[in-house]
Design a protein around this ligand. Sequence first.
Ligand SMILES: [Zn+2]
Length: 431
Amino acid sequence: LDFNPAHSWEFWPRDKIEHRTVRALHNHVKHVKEASPYYAEALSGIDPRDITSLADYAKLPMTDKKTLVENTGRFLAVGPERIAETVVTSGSTGKPLVFSMTASDLDRLAFNEALSFHAVGVKPGDRAQILVSIDRLFIAGMAYYRGLTLLGANTARIGVLPFDMQKHYIELLKPTVLVGVPSFLRRLAKELDAMKFDARASSIQKLVCIGESIRSEDMTLNAVGKSLEEAYGANVYSTYGATELAVAYCECECRCGGHAHPELVYTEIVDEQGNPVSDGMPGELVATPLGVEGLPLVRYRTGDITFKIGEPCACGRQSCRIGPILARKSQMIKYKGTTLYPLTITNALDELDCIDDYVIMLEGGESLSDEVTVHAVTPPANVPQVVSHLRTKARVQFPVLVTNAATINAMRGDARKKVRIIDNRIPGKRQ
Ligand SMILES: [Zn+2]
């Protein structure tokens, strides 16, 4: 793939994007029926010629992660001799997904990240440091590396190092862009400050943030996003990706939602019943990656709750955007007859400097209301303040229990991520 962002579909008029998307979806369905044993069966009653509109496509069955994990071999649309790289992602159900990519899929992944970083304003001459693992079978670090180098940025594969080494490489290589997980970047800022390194006066201009939300539902920066901008004197940009999609939704320089790259993915937001919801309304992100050879997917349910932003962006891109991830669908909270998004609660707790760490424990599951408890590492005298802040900011009244760092780590187990929600609700009562 030649990388010329000016030729990207995202700058086309809306009707042209839609016209080409319908054609791409028609071709996609035709291809997966021929190449993937799973879809040959799942779509056996579907004639690709009947797909002449987005509404036609929305009638096709969706695929979820459980089905993909349990039938990976049957989804595969190429022979084993075509597989050029394997990545593994932990499933929410516990069983890992072994995700296979061809050489062309790797080029596609690079093209996708190059488009994303281009939208962030990264250019040849920029010096980018990747502060996430590029090994350990992760897709993300490798995708950023390939995208940044394709774009022509000077790219350093730093990974996750001790903080004094991070400081060393910032001083030595003078990065203009850092790519990392918000909670890690926040911790790094504190450690740099403790080492008398002034990040605000440093070369760092942009922070591309992955894996955790830096915005609230109303698209303003949350406490983590604000503290990163403050600590580095840099702009923060959110990017969202999922291994199975091999695509990213990354914010542009206007920073108002992650742009879909329409030549690489078709995006839908659906309700519990699978019906489309209007722009701005929360629902599950359902994505169809386009142009994938190895493990192609049709209408893949990501399990992530967000909303679509339809109005055109000031940057000139006409592609749709998505907001922050409000919740994993499985982690939505039933509370006194309404549905709560964990992001609302974590954003409120992150605003409090008096809490060092916390987890939100979900229990119950049989009644109309879940039992929610906040376990916080904070002096007991702060509990009334935490309770009052949650009532004001998240409109909830949850019990707050004081705990310590060792107990929280034990509650998390050996999860690779810094888990914020521990779900002990009775299974089977919800999806
Ligand atoms: Zn934009």
